[in-house]
Design a protein around this ligand. Sequence first.
Ligand SMILES: [Zn+2]
Length: 121
Amino acid sequence: MESLVDDRARPARERVDVSGVGSLAAAERRIREAFRDSSLPAVTVMVAGRPVGVVTRRSLRAAEGTAGEVGAGEHLDPLGDSARYRLLVFTCRSCDVTAHRVHYDPRDLPRCAHGRMELRR
Ligand SMILES: [Zn+2]
């Protein structure tokens, strides 16, 4: 399962901070909990005080609709190819700096004093 971000959604007033969670699955659980007990339409996901994306009820449902179709889900997304991004974590080999992205853009990788950072698998 991947963390869901709707990149067409406007920033939401409600925020969920996923800084420090141990895994992507844990981050997703925290996001789902935010939707459980309210009628809020969307939340802005924060990491280390920075917004990394907006999750909407719609994008959350889309995630559930394709759950389990690992590897085959990408082109089945009824909302188009841009609705879904993973929360990516980048690290440096030489220091303990980390950075987060919701897009993987090879032309714009996060950098630290040691140069380009690497995607943590
Ligand atoms: Zn570094």
